[in-house]
Design a protein around this ligand. Structure first.
Ligand code: ATP
Length: 328
């Protein structure tokens, strides 16, 4: 028989992502709606271990839906990786009477949540919050859409200077081992070439392709490089290689970095976060545990956390073809 959940804790963990605030807000207000108490845990698992926990009500989360970052703050906790750390965390959950936990974060945060569940039978539900869109079992993660728009906006601006000076820009974007941001932002910003970890085109093919572009009349080029790209060269080495092998262009390198994580969440991310927050509370209320709330073909879904932790399989073929055709 499942125990009825009465007090829900919520935390954000790992890298922050735009839309995390909207997810917290949704969890808190779902608790109000279902007559549950909600506790905000500050600084992720670190705050759980330290007991940095405060009760939240519907008014505590006003005016945050439009804000980037996470007002609960996030952290990476080494101590939570140890059984002793998780024992302290569990003791604090018991101390506050929390009987269900919503973890908003990426795969590391979900691994930690699973351990808490396995070791103490504590009910946990995950919400995917990371700009990388690298979580299995959901089409989108919270923050990804905003990051895409930020990247496209930045590339548009870089293109203005690239085309004014006959320059070739290599632009590194985030995504870790996933090429989703690079591929989609690259298409959206009209990049000439896109290097992603899932498809190693090789530097020589890149040079040949750039030569063809130049021959066809292009006077500037944008190459989007995913940070996990498998060319074997970091972006600065790649820039030097291109400059050596392709005459007639000034090559510049731009690493977009943390601007991709910040900013007001897009409407898509706000709505997604709101839906996943409601889904997470409803899942805990229904006695579910060790699940992640995600979105598949626009439907809110529950998948086992273990499935969410499997490597995501990307089907990029069609998009790669679109990129090839539209960059001719
Ligand atoms: P992002 O995708 O933004 O990096 P993440 O959730 O993957 O987010 P991590 O730093 O990998 O970020 O994990 C967040 C926290 O989850 C860690 O700081 C740690 O406290 C906890 N965690 C990660 N892996 C484990 C593990 N194997 N066992 C216990 N806890 C873990």
């Amino acid at each position: 028989m499942t125990r009825k959940v009465k007090n829900i804790g919520v935390l954000t963990s790992g890298g922050d992502a735009p839309g995390m605030n909207a997810a917290i807000r949704s969890v808190v207000r779902s608790c109000t709606y279902y007559n549950l108490q909600c506790f905000g845990i500050h600084k992720g698992y670190e705050g759980l271990i330290e007991g940095d926990i405060r009760e939240l009500n519907a008014r505590s989360v006003r005016n945050i839906i439009n804000k980037g970052g996470t007002f609960l703050k996030s952290a990476r906790s080494q101590e939570f990786r140890t059984p002793e750390g998780r024992k302290k965390a569990y003791d604090n959950l018991v101390k506050y009477g929390i009987d269900g936990l919503v973890v908003i974060g990426g795969d590391g945060s979900f691994t930690g949540a699973l351990k808490l569940s396995e070791e103490y039978g504590f009910p946990v539900v995950g919400i995917p919050g990371t700009i990388d869109n690298d979580i299995n079992g959901t089409d989108y993660t919270i923050g990804y859409d905003t990051a895409l728009n930020t990247v496209v906006d930045a590339i548009d601006k870089i293109r203005d200077t690239a085309s004014s000076h006959n320059r070739l820009f290599l632009i590194e974007v985030m995504g870790r081992d996933a090429g989703d941001i690079a591929l989609n932002a690259g298409i959206g910003a009209g990049a000439e070439e896109i290097l992603i970890p899932e498809e190693d085109m090789g530097v020589d093919r890149l040079i040949e392709s750039l030569k063809r572009s130049k021959k066809s009349g292009k006077t500037s080029s944008i190459i989007v490089v995913a940070e996990g790209d498998k060319s074997g060269k970091n972006i600065f080495e790649l820039g030097e290689y291109v400059e050596e092998h392709l005459k007639g262009y000034e090559v510049r390198v731009s690493v977009l970095g943390h601007i991709q994580r910040g900013g007001a969440p897009s409407c898509y991310d706000r709505v997604l976060a709101s839906k996943l927050g409601v889904g997470a509370v409803e899942a805990l209320l229904a006695g579910k545990t060790e699940v992640m709330i995600g979105v598949v073909h626009k439907n809110i879904t529950e998948v086992p956390l273990r499935t969410a932790l499997e490597k995501k399989k990307y089907k990029h073929d069609k998009l790669i073809k679109v990129a090839d055709i539209t960059s001719i």
